[in-house]
Design a protein around this ligand. Structure first.
Ligand code: ZN
Ligand code: FE
Length: 238
């Protein structure tokens, strides 16, 4: 399986997964760049992480028999042409590999991630050095979703929904100005910055570090959900 990031809109990423003549696309914001990337291949499935237009805007314009998304989004009928609703822990096969679904409410109440062969497609739940805004969920909800992602194997590759890494790292350094790993990450940052790894996020992403003394000190809070809520609040205004 090959993974090709496809830049869409201003700073979105869709991901084209290919194996031979077949393709799957994750979070197509737009149909046209997706069609160009797909080329002569056969599109067998569209995977949506959540219902926001910048993640599903291209679905209607693509010819595909299957559109996957979370069960909550299917109930709400808010992903166009969705054919199947995936619950937490759902698994299915793609090209002989097991795909696992994680329900990760917080950014929205229907958000899911797809995990395949050590690759995490996480939409707007986790960004490199950051996380999504709390549009529908609470800080506690998002923190427990991120706690599950944080516990994935450290080498897991992160393919997220937006290129926000430079600004996220700049915000992170305001909280941990003394962190050498953060400084190094900032210095070596490339564009595109994807994929990241869980290990790197654990060391530098403030939204993975609510229990780190440095972060607790920076936001003057210790209770995990309070730390998390304050981090999110500060980032919204950064
Ligand atoms: Zn979103
Ligand atoms: Fe988005």
């Amino acid at each position: 399986m090959q993974i090709h990031p496809i830049p869409m809109l201003t700073d979105n990423y869709a991901y084209l997964l290919t194996e031979g003549e077949e393709a799957v696309i994750v979070d197509p914001s737009e149909a046209e760049p997706a069609r160009i990337a797909i080329g002569e291949r056969r599109l067998i499935s569209i995977w949506c992480t959540h219902h926001h237009p910048d993640h599903v805007g291209g679905v209607e314009g693509l010819d595909c028999p299957e559109v996957l998304g979370g069960s909550y989004d299917l109930e709400k009928k808010r992903i166009p042409r969705q054919t199947r609703g995936l619950a937490d822990g759902a698994t299915f096969m793609l090209w002989g590999k097991r795909v696992e679904v994680l329900f990760v409410p917080g950014h929205t109440l229907g958000a899911i991630c797809y995990l395949i062969d050590g690759n995490l497609f996480c939409g707007d739940t986790l960004f490199l050095a950051g996380c999504g805004r709390l549009f529908e969920g609470t800080a506690a909800m998002m923190r427990s979703s991120l706690a599950r992602l944080r516990a994935l194997p450290p080498t897991t590759k992160i393919w997220c929904g937006h290129e926000y890494t430079a600004k996220n790292l700049a915000f992170a350094t305001t909280l941990e100005p003394e962190s050498p790993v953060l400084r190094k990450r900032q210095r070596l940052l490339k564009n595109p910055s994807i994929p990241g790894t869980i290990a790197e996020e654990c060391a530098t992403n403030p939204f993975f570090r609510w229990d780190a003394p440095e972060i607790q000190k920076a936001v003057s809070r210790t209770e995990p959900d309070a730390v998390f809520a304050e981090l999110r609040r500060q980032r919204n205004h950064y």
